[in-house]
Design a protein around this ligand. Structure first.
Ligand SMILES: C[S@@+](CC[C@H](N)C(=O)[O-])C[C@H]1O[C@@H](n2cnc3c(N)ncnc32)[C@H](O)[C@@H]1O
Length: 251
């Protein structure tokens, strides 16, 4: 079991509770979710998978939007909460790199704020390609590559410093009591892992906190409208990509 899996298992209930509190989940609610929503704006309801679904908050929203959606996450405790809160939906305990679903099962995969936990994105996009029907789409978000190399408040004048960019090294951060490890990815690294698995990029967004909460969260709003936090993509599997398409590692 990876250290991150252990953390999300152990602190699953705390993480779910944090997501219920508005201020502590403001970055999910008012940056990530609106970004995912805009990336999905023209995607018609279809069989879908929410991979790295956590306690199923987005899975539930996708079901409400008409998607025939299943969720999967490697945290048993979060999947337990997802099942309890959404008894009508199907959830699985699974790693996003090795899910129990058949080839070409879905028209859409959604994966919100999960991919930065993986150092090598190749096996993740290979699994996404296996799961999608030809022409299927993935909408995903992750830590913005620029945010990962920006240190806030490390200069006397309050201006952030920029650390080296061209690498794939781990970094640690704390969230809801969890000590988590994520990996920096350059935009080139993210794009190459997609191209090598038969995807084309259809849309890319750099999330900013929405203006509706400018008064409520002025500091968060100012910071996230000046410096990037999350990036979101919509990518599409080429029509002629066959299930089981094998890739080469490019990193
Ligand atoms: C920041 S949370 C986001 C949860 C959910 N996508 C949302 O937006 O509400 C990240 C989730 O990814 C899951 N996760 C991280 N790496 C994973 C992996 N390799 N396989 C399956 N789940 C993973 C964690 O257990 C956690 O639930």
């Amino acid at each position: 079991m990876s250290a991150n899996q252990d953390m999300y298992n152990h602190f699953g209930a705390d993480y779910h509770a944090k997501r219920q509190r508005e201020e502590e989940s403001a970055w999910n609610r008012y940056i990530d979710h609106p970004m995912i929503e805009s990336l999905l704006a023209n995607v018609a309801p279809c069989p879908a998978a929410d991979l790295g679904c956590g306690s199923g908050l987005l899975t539930k929203w996708l079901a409400k939007r008409g998607f025939d959606v299943v969720g999967a996450d490697f945290s048993e405790s979060l999947i337990g909460i997802a099942r309890q809160e959404n008894p009508e939906l199907e959830f699985h305990v699974a790693n996003v790199k090795k899910t129990p679903f058949a080839d070409a099962s879905f028209g859409l995969i959604v994966s919100a704020l999960v991919l930065h936990y993986e150092q090598d994105l190749q096996p993740v996009f290979a699994e996404f390609a296996r799961l999608l029907k030809p022409g299927g789409q993935v909408v995903f978000s992750m830590h913005h590559p620029m945010d990962e190399v920006t240190s806030m408040g490390t200069r006397a004048n309050g201006q952030p410093t920029i650390r080296p960019y061209f690498h794939n090294e781990p970094y640690r951060f704390e969230m809801a009591g969890m000590d988590l490890t994520a990996y920096h990815h350059t935009f080139e690294n993210i794009a190459q892992a997609q191209f090598a698995n038969g995807f084309v990029v259809e849309d890319l967004r750099e999330g900013r906190m929405v203006d509706e909460v400018k008064e409520k969260f002025p500091d968060y709003h100012a910071r996230t409208n000046a410096y990037p936090s999350f990036v979101g993509f919509r990518i599409r599997l080429n029509q002629d990509t066959k299930p089981g398409f094998k890739t080469t590692k490019t990193i």
